[in-house]
Design a protein around this ligand. Structure first.
Ligand code: GUN
Length: 281
């Protein structure tokens, strides 16, 4: 049976470390403030935003959520972002995605001040990440690297297959794995013989968005399997992109859903809020 990588526990350890750092800043009179902007009533977004607020509260970061109505125009949202850019008391700005269809997401992300971009989605920060400059790293991939390291799993020289090529997870995940000296493959929906590709992997990162897609026959004996999925199974129960039951019998280590990657993503947002203070000193 595979070792279960306990993302909840690892993120608690990190949050306790961050709590001390935040307290030290407070002693110096430095308060850290994150503003989350949510547009519309997407139920999943509401849960994610609530989790972010709770995590901020735990470590002592001030968090404020601006909940804007579904009908908010692109111009109105851009103006809100610009005001937050100018506000000296705001260290981090996060616009929760997805945005309603009538708003151009890339325009909004480009408008966020790149020095307050705690999601790491601004093209300037994406570029800095690719060339290896110190900046905000996107939370999910950064959290995955951190949880692998804290589980004492070596990445260097390993064959890593990332399934999924989104801007939020797949692409940056590949870059961060490369930075750790893995040999990286990005597989996706048009990949031929996907099983042949994933069976070569020492580390699989599944970010497909399909419930229990990765079954044991995709996985080499002893591989490490990281599950980014947040899906619902046939009974409406929360599950990941990996069929935990079968894969945990062949993998050497695996992340559960829930309690794996999800808590790490939220925790890395807190790391980025602290980084914002450090980068802007
Ligand atoms: N929607 C789903 N994941 C994320 C995330 O990491 N950041 C933002 N802003 N929106 C999301």
């Amino acid at each position: 049976m595979a070792k279960i990588i306990d993302g909840k526990q690892i993120s608690l350890d990190i949050k306790n470390e961050l709590k001390e750092k935040v307290a030290k800043y407070k002693e110096q009179g430095i308060e850290i403030t994150l503003v989350v902007v949510k547009v519309g009533n997407d139920p999943a977004s509401a849960v994610y935003v609530r989790n972010k607020e709770k995590a901020c509260e735990y470590v002592g970061i001030n968090s404020k959520t601006l909940a804007l109505p579904e009908e908010t125009t692109e111009e109105e949202l851009l103006n809100v972002v610009k005001e937050l850019n100018e506000d000296k008391n705001v260290n981090g700005i996060l616009v929760q995605l997805p945005l309603p269809k009538h708003i151009d997401e890339s325009k909004v992300l480009l408008t966020i001040d790149s020095t307050k971009d705690v999601d790491g989605f601004h093209p300037v920060n994406v570029g800095k990440m690719v060339i290896g400059e110190d900046t905000f790293l996107p939370c999910t991939p950064a959290g995955i690297i951190e949880m692998i390291k804290r589980t004492d799993i070596d990445i260097e020289g390993k064959e890593c297959v990332v399934i999924g090529r989104s801007n939020i997870v797949g692409k940056p995940m590949a870059m961060l794995m490369l930075k750790e000296n893995a040999t990286v493959t990005i597989a996706h929906s048009r990949t031929k013989d996907l099983k042949e590709v994933t069976k070569r992997a020492d580390i699989i990162v599944a970010a497909i968005g399909k419930a229990k897609f990765v079954t044991a026959d995709y996985v080499k004996e002893g591989a490490v399997v990281i599950d980014v999925g947040m899906d619902r199974d046939e009974n409406g129960k929360l599950c990941g992109d990996v069929d935990f039951e079968s894969v945990s019998k062949v993998a050497s280590a695996i992340t559960p859903v829930p309690g794996g990657v999800g808590p790490m993503t939220v925790t890395m947002l807190l790391v980025n809020c602290l980084r914002s203070v450090e980068l802007n000193k």
